[in-house]
Design a binder for this molecule. Structure first.
Ligand code: NAI
Length: 326
C-alpha cells in the first residue's frame, strides 16, 4: 500500500473546489491505487461550505481517501502538501481597476506562497487556477524562494481542452485523433490557440479545417469560451475547469508520454518569452517535470499573436512589481 499524497485545495468551499474534490478522492487525479489526504483551505466565510463538502466526502466512503482536514490558516493547510491547487482568488468584477485586482490577489497569493515555502513537502507542485492565474502564480512563486521556480504553474489546460474540443467538432473527428494543439501566453482574452503544428488523425489540422477559420473565428471562440459559457449556462465554467486542473496535475505527476499539451510554466527564454514569466507553452511531462517542447517553427502570424499575449504578461508583472507585490 502506498503512502497517501497530501493535496491542498484553496477555495475548497467554492464551485470549482466542489467539482474537483470528489474526483480527486475517487482517484481520477493521482491514480486508482494512490491514497490521498485532502486539506481544504478557506477564508472564514467559506468554511461552512468546505465543512459541508467534507461531510459529503465521508458519505462517499471513498477507499482511497485517507483523511480530510479543513483550515483557514495557510500555514496549517499547506503543511506537508505534495500538491497545492490554488483555486480561491479575487477575480475581476465589473468596474474594478487593474491595480485593485492585483493588490487584492497579492494579499492572497503572497502569504500563500510564503506558507508553501515554509511548510509544504520538498516535492510540492503548485497549480494556480484562480485568476489572474499566471500573475497569481508568479506572486506565489516569488514568495517561496525555497521552492524551485519550476514547481509553480498556472492553468491553461482548460483553454487547451476547449481548443481541442472545438477543433474536433469542426473537423468531424474524435478528440483522440488530435494532437499538437498549443495555447500560448496568458490565460486571458489575449491567449493564442495555435493549430500550426496540430494534427488530426496524423495529418495537418490546417488541411482538415479552413485555415482562415483556424486563424480567425476559432481563436476568438476559444479565447472567449468562458464568456460563452456564462451567457449560455448562466454561470462560469466549473466542471470543465475542475477537470482541466485535475488533468494538469495528473499529467505533471504521471507523465504525458509523446502526447503534447499546454501549461503555463516558468520561461527559461524559450520562443523568445522573457525569462521568469509564467507563460503558456507547448509542453510534455516526463519524470514529474514539465518540459517545453522546443524547435517548433513560428511563422509571422503566430509570432505576433504570441508577442501580444506575452506583452500582457510583462505588463502584469511590471504592475505587481510597481505595487511592491513581488
Ligand atoms: P467561487 O467563488 O465559487 O469559489 C472561490 C472560493 O475561494 C470561495 O469559496 C472563497 O471563499 C474562496 N477563497 C477566496 N479567497 C480565498 C483565500 N484567500 N484562501 C482560500 N480560499 C479563498 O469561484 P470558482 O467558480 O470556484 O472559481 C475560482 C477561481 O477560478 C476564480 O478566480 C475563477 O476566475 C477561476 N477560474 C479559472 C479558470 C482557468 O482556466 N484558469 C477557469 C475558471 C475559473
Amino acid at each position: 500500500t502506498k503512502t497517501p499524497i497530501t493535496v491542498t485545495l484553496t477555495g475548497a468551499g467554492g464551485q470549482i473546489g466542489y467539482a474537483a474534490l470528489f474526483r480527486i478522492a475517487a482517484g481520477d487525479m493521482l491514480g486508482a491505487d494512490q491514497p490521498v489526504s485532502l486539506r481544504l483551505l478557506e477564508i472564514p466565510q467559506g468554511m461552512r461550505a468546505a465543512e459541508g463538502a467534507a461531510l459529503e466526502l465521508t458519505d462517499c466512503a471513498f477507499p482511497l481517501l485517507a483523511g480530510v482536514e479543513i483550515s483557514d490558516a495557510p500555514e496549517v493547510a499547506f503543511d506537508g502538501a505534495n500538491v497545492a491547487m490554488l483555486i480561491g482568488s479575487r477575480p475581476r468584477t465589473a468596474g474594478m481597476e487593474r491595480g485593485d485586482l492585483l493588490e487584492a490577489n497579492g494579499a492572497i497569493f503572497g502569504p500563500q506562497g510564503r506558507a508553501i515555502g515554509a511548510r509544504a513537502a520538498d516535492d510540492v507542485r503548485v497549480i494556480v487556477v484562480g485568476n489572474p492565474a499566471n500573475t497569481n502564480a508568479l506572486i506565489a512563486q516569488q514568495h517561496a524562494p525555497e521552492v524551485p521556480a519550476e514547481r509553480f504553474t498556472a492553468l491553461t489546460r482548460l483553454d487547451h481542452n476547449r481548443a481541442v474540443g472545438l477543433l474536433a467538432a469542426e473537423a468531424g473527428a474524435g478528440v483522440a485523433q488530435i494532437d499538437g494543439v498549443t495555447i500560448w501566453g496568458n490565460h486571458s482574452a489575449t491567449q493564442y490557440p495555435d493549430l500550426s503544428h496540430a494534427t488530426v488523425g496524423g495529418a495537418p489540422a490546417l488541411e482538415a479545417v479552413d485555415p482562415q477559420w483556424a486563424r480567425g473565428a476559432y481563436i476568438e471562440r476559444v479565447a472567449k469560451r468562458g464568456a460563452e459559457i456564462i451567457e449560455v449556462r448562466g454561470g462560469s465554467s466549473v466542471a470543465s475547469a475542475a477537470n482541466a486542473a485535475i488533468e494538469h496535475v495528473r499529467d505533471w505527476m504521471l507523465g504525458t508520454g509523446e502526447r503534447r499539451t499546454s501549461a503555463a510554466v516558468v520561461s527559461h527564454g524559450e520562443y523568445g518569452v522573457p525569462e521568469g514569466l509564467i507563460s503558456s507553452f507547448p509542453v510534455r511531462s516526463e519524470g514529474g517535470a514539465w518540459r517545453v517542447v522546443e524547435g517548433l517553427a513560428v511563422d509571422e502570424f503566430s509570432r505576433q499573436r504570441i508577442d501580444a499575449s506575452v506583452a500582457e504578461l510583462v505588463s502584469e508583472r511590471d504592475a505587481v512589481r510597481q505595487l511592491g507585490l513581488i
